[in-house]
Write a protein that binds this ligand. Structure first.
Ligand SMILES: Nc1ncnc2c1ncn2[C@@H]1O[C@H](COP(=O)(O)OP(=O)(O)OP(=O)(O)O)[C@@H](O)[C@H]1O
Length: 792
């Protein structure tokens, strides 16, 4: 058919979508022009304009009519359009030239890695520091019940069992994403997990490809949700893009309307978006020129109503991915962080010598809670800063480095002492003056801690200038003191308003803990910053009561209170904070920050803390994830009892565990959480009761093979197993539960779990007296289950 068309008719046909997009607004101008030239008749005019038609439909009608009037009529329109376009852009915009300029701007903005410590150097080039991260492609979102840092460790453990194809390195991810045609990709990763760094790498890789293959001219556009949160008035997509990338103004409308497949849109940090995303009720909008609220615009982009032919990359912390309906996401990736060999590579890049890198690696691998956290890149950065050779002088020979709190204390001390302000002084002088400097910073540390603690209690991680000034943290102290290393400033590109956030959330948790302990020691309630007393009389009474209680009892009360609050949390957002509080209550650790903590250790005997934690370990109404955190707290409190008990487990694991108490099952779960890749969990004949099994819940699903034969699990234990089998984290392939007193009720629970499970293939459950009723439940389950191969 096309062969019969004249060249202009053919061009008109090809340009049809573009003409509808770009020229509909001028339809009357065009029709008048064509009428005056007699290209169309009056009848044509009324057919084209019709009744109740929109301008785009009128444009389409014109494009249907013109070919019927021949090639010349088509040429008339084309000439008119070209004249108009050329007069709008006299210099005949050169797409590639603008793209080149854009590339330079974007590449420059994303060239440096966020390395905040200026004690050693300025921000580092991404090229020098970038280390590959491990990523997995997932099909499922997972609910978060544990602190993010623990979650990453568990994810690495599961990795052993992932299929090879699901795992890739960040470089590989960037390569494949740049080639992606269209669709929405989501990357989830914990705080400091490397999401922003991946987007930087992506931009660098794109810029490099553009250099060598200008033909693959994709247009990368980058936004952070943090800055999008500051837009309060309605905007159209075109306006949003052109206001942010004004240098692209001459081509953006054209690309958005006609060449969407060129666009690669990156939206970083969904968790920081402050507006709710309502995917059900947001009005559908497909017009890039139509104005709407920023959250509606985002919903329409993610749903593919706007920019349906573009590639969109979203990054988010895990807790926020639930905001997105799964069906809108075509590809879902999880950043697991650095594997052990990637950590090694990272330390080699950050340390001045191979020896010091080896020393740090050795140190990390011999302290399990540290190695668990070092999967997170930001934590590697903190560790490497804290353990660099130049900070060695910060330690007295008696200090025994052992805990995560130690690392953070050293990190803080390093930046307080080596911060650039006193660059003139030699390192030795600074070390000599160390405790004096720390004493000078005491107040400002407490003020910043109050900001951190209030934020933590209110789930707030971004602070405005007013939030800081309420606690005397002002612009002056921010720019002159070491605080610039801790609080990162963000200038919003739309309103130029300043915002601050801690360079890593774990630092916010640490500062909050420093504040909490300082305030508790000083006799004030640390909670005053969260809820200042409204009533003066009430406040007076409270302080009188406090005084009567005595300092020591008061400190104890505050310590008890914070653990109570933490145990109520389901997502573990206070887990790390509690570990830091426990660590800072140990004199040997807080002595690192001598000067900050005025020694008042007699106010709280560590034995009190350990006793308190042990009592909590016995509680049956605390969820198992929080109970494991109690073990982490005991570890930070350097409890010898915990260490001795863990030592016994090593022998027991060979002989078989016998007569473990319920608290021991939690301790065992703690050890298993810290152990890399154990494939098989053998707990045959261990007198494992339902409560023990419940306490193993956070780690149990990670094992591919679980042997629980001849334990008194009963129906209650089967109900817990069902929960594990249904969980999205479940990796169990072999489940051996011979002789576990299931009965028919237990078989019914188990069937319920297996109905929704797709990992178990080998099930041994003989000698459970399940009866006909239990057997018929299993039979029902087998109609649905497609994974089981062998049941005995
Ligand atoms: N691939 C990497 N190579 C080297 N360093 C890295 C890498 N990824 C992250 N880091 C280090 O960890 C820090 C935190 O990383 P990044 O800002 O990318 O995390 P994020 O996941 O975006 O965190 P948040 O959720 O807090 O925004 C970086 O500033 C950098 O120092």
């Amino acid at each position: 058919l096309k062969m019969d068309l004249g060249p202009d008719e053919l061009r008109l046909l090809e340009m049809r979508p573009e003409l509808v997009e770009r020229m509909s607004e001028r339809i009357y101008e065009i029709l008048d022009h064509l009428l005056s030239k007699r290209t169309i008749t009056k009848e044509d005019f009324s057919t084209i304009t019709g009744e109740n038609l929109g301008i785009r439909d009128r444009m389409r009608n014109l494009l249907d009519v013109l070919p019927k009037r021949g090639n010349d009529a088509c040429r008339d329109l084309l000439e008119l359009v070209e004249n108009q376009w050329n007069s709008q852009n006299p210099a005949k915009i050169n797409f590639n030239k603008l793209l080149e300029k854009h590339k330079e701007i974007l590449e420059g903005q994303h060239r440096k890695i966020n390395d905040y410590i200026k004690t050693t150097s300025e921000h580092v080039d991404l090229k020098e520091r970038y280390t590959n991260l491990t990523i997995t492609k997932s099909t499922l979102y997972t609910e978060q019940k544990e602190h993010e840092v623990t979650g990453v460790g568990n994810a690495f453990k599961r990795l052993e069992q992932e299929t090879r194809e699901a795992v890739c390195e960040s470089d590989e991810f960037c390569r494949s994403f740049l080639q992606q045609e269209k669709g929405v990709t989501l990357i989830s990763g914990v705080a400091g997990g490397g999401k922003t760094t991946i987007t930087k790498k992506l931009i660098q890789q794109w810029a490099a490809t553009l250099q060598s293959y200008p033909a693959s001219n994709k247009l990368v556009l980058f936004f952070t949700f943090r800055e999008l949160s500051l837009i309060t008035e309605t905007r159209s997509l075109s306006e949003l893009l052109t206001s942010h990338y004004s240098h692209l103004k001459p081509i953006l409308r054209q690309v958005v309307n006609v060449e969407q497949s060129k666009i690669l849109l990156i939206l970083d940090g969904l968790d920081e978006f402050k507006f709710p995303l309502d995917f059900g009720k947001t009005p559908k909008c497909t017009d890039p020129e139509s104005r709407q609220q920023i959250h509606e615009l985002i919903v329409n982009i993610i749903k593919g109503n706007l920019l349906p032919d573009s590639s969109v990359l979203l990054t988010s912390r895990p807790h926020a991915i639930g905001k997105l309906p799964e069906k809108c996401i075509q590809n879902f990736y999880q950043i697991l962080g650095f594997s052990v060999s990637q950590q090694k590579e990272y330390f080699q890049k950050t340390c001045p010598s191979k020896e010091s890198a080896d020393r740090i690696c050795g140190y990390v691998s011999s302290h399990k809670p540290l190695s668990l956290m070092c999967h997170v890149p930001a934590f590697c950065w903190i560790t490497s800063t804290a353990l660099q050779e130049k900070t060695e002088g910060l330690l007295t020979s008696k200090e025994n480095m052992a805990t995560v709190t130690h690392i953070y204390c050293r990190f803080l001390k390093a930046i307080m002492i080596f911060h650039g302000e006193k660059m003139g002084e030699s390192s030795v002088q600074r070390l000599v003056n160390a405790s004096g400097s720390l004493r000078d910073f005491r107040h400002c540390l407490k003020d910043l801690g109050a900001v951190a603690f209030k934020g933590l209690m209110e789930h707030k991680f971004l602070f405005h200038v007013e939030d800081l000034s309420r606690f005397n943290v002002d612009q002056g102290s921010l720019s002159s003191l070491f605080l610039v290393e801790i609080l990162k400033e963000d200038k919003d590109s739309f309103t130029f308003q300043k915002n601050y956030h801690f360079v890593h959330t774990s630092l916010q948790e640490f500062f909050a803990a420093v504040y909490y302990v300082m305030e508790s020691y000083s006799g004030r309630s640390p909670f005053w910053c969260v809820k200042p007393p409204h009533n003066f009389l009430l406040h007076l009474c409270a302080s009188k009561i406090h005084r009567l209680l005595g300092r020591r009892r008061l400190v104890q009360k505050h310590v008890r209170r914070i653990f109570q609050i933490a145990h109520r949390s389901h997502s573990g957002q206070l887990d790390l904070f509690c570990r830091f509080v426990s660590g800072l209550l140990v004199p040997r650790t807080s002595r690192i920050l001598e000067g900050v903590f005025i020694p008042r250790h007699s106010l709280l005997d560590v034995r009190y803390l350990i006793k308190l934690l042990e009592v909590q370990l016995c509680c049956e109404n605390i969820c198992p994830e929080r109970l494991i955190n109690v073990c982490h707290c005991l570890y930070e409190a350097q409890d010898q009892g915990l260490r001795d008990r863990l030592g016994c487990f090593v022998e027991d694991s060979v002989r078989g565990f016998k007569n473990l108490s319920s608290t021991d099952w939690t301790r065992l779960a703690f050890v298993l959480q810290l152990t890399n890749s154990i494939e098989m969990l053998n707990l045959d004949k261990c007198n494992l009761e339902p409560e023990g099994l419940r306490r193993l819940l956070p780690v149990f699903p990670c094992f591919s093979s679980s042997k629980l034969a001849q334990n008194p699990l009963g129906p209650e234990g089967a109900a817990i197993l069902a929960e594990v089998l249904k969980s999205q984290d479940c990796r169990i392939e072999k489940l051996w539960i011979v002789g576990t007193q299931l009965g028919s009720d237990g078989a019914s629970w188990l069937s319920d779990g297996l109905q929704q499970n797709c990992t178990v293939s080998d099930l041994r459950m003989a000698c459970n007296n399940i009866g006909d009723e239990g057997a018929s439940c299993l039979a029902e389950m087998l109609k649905r289950n497609r994974t089981l191969r062998d049941i005995r």
